[in-house]
Ligand binder design. Structure first.
Ligand code: 5GP
Length: 134
């Protein structure tokens, strides 16, 4: 059975898209640590662990994530975009990109930010717009 993230990339489950190409997909985390918290996934493999990806996919994913991070930095006021790989919940490789004001914003145990559907849509559109300008 397909992972939840494959189903998201195929559009079978809705998501707030922030970037896409033939091989990779980026969308807002539904339970964000900060506004603009984004997940970046490969579309054509469901490998659970990032370091098990083949070299080509690994390089493509990190390159794509770097571009998404640049778009996030332009779209969301923050000091830096933090990068994390956990995979404790969803067994499909994903990179977390998290706009940071301080170190504590990366605490995965902290209370998540509440965002309305309109907030999610606005943030996603702003990141997507900047991604397309890069
Ligand atoms: P991890 O597997 O890296 O420990 O955490 C998975 C992340 O995916 C969590 O931050 C969680 O909020 C997010 N997540 C889980 N299910 C969904 C979903 O269906 N849609 C979206 N947009 N994010 C999800």
């Amino acid at each position: 059975m397909a992972t939840i993230f494959t189903r998201i990339a195929k559009g079978e489950i809705p998501s707030y898209k922030v970037a896409e190409d033939d091989d990779f997909y980026a969308f807002l985390d539904i339970n964000p640590l900060t506004e603009g918290h984004t997940l970046v996934i490969p579309k054509n493999t469901e490998a659970d662990y990032i370091f098990d990806l083949d070299e080509h996919t690994y390089e493509g994913l990190t390159k794509f994530a770097a571009k998404v991070a640049k778009a996030i930095k332009k779209a969301v006021p923050c000091k830096r975009v933090g990068v994390a790989v956990l995979g404790m919940e969803v067994p499909h490789t994903h990179i977390h990109l998290i706009p940071l004001q301080s170190e504590s914003d990366m605490d995965f145990k902290k209370e998540r930010v509440k965002m309305s559907e309109a907030d999610f849509a606005k943030t996603a559109n702003e990141i997507l717009r900047n991604f397309e300008l890069l």
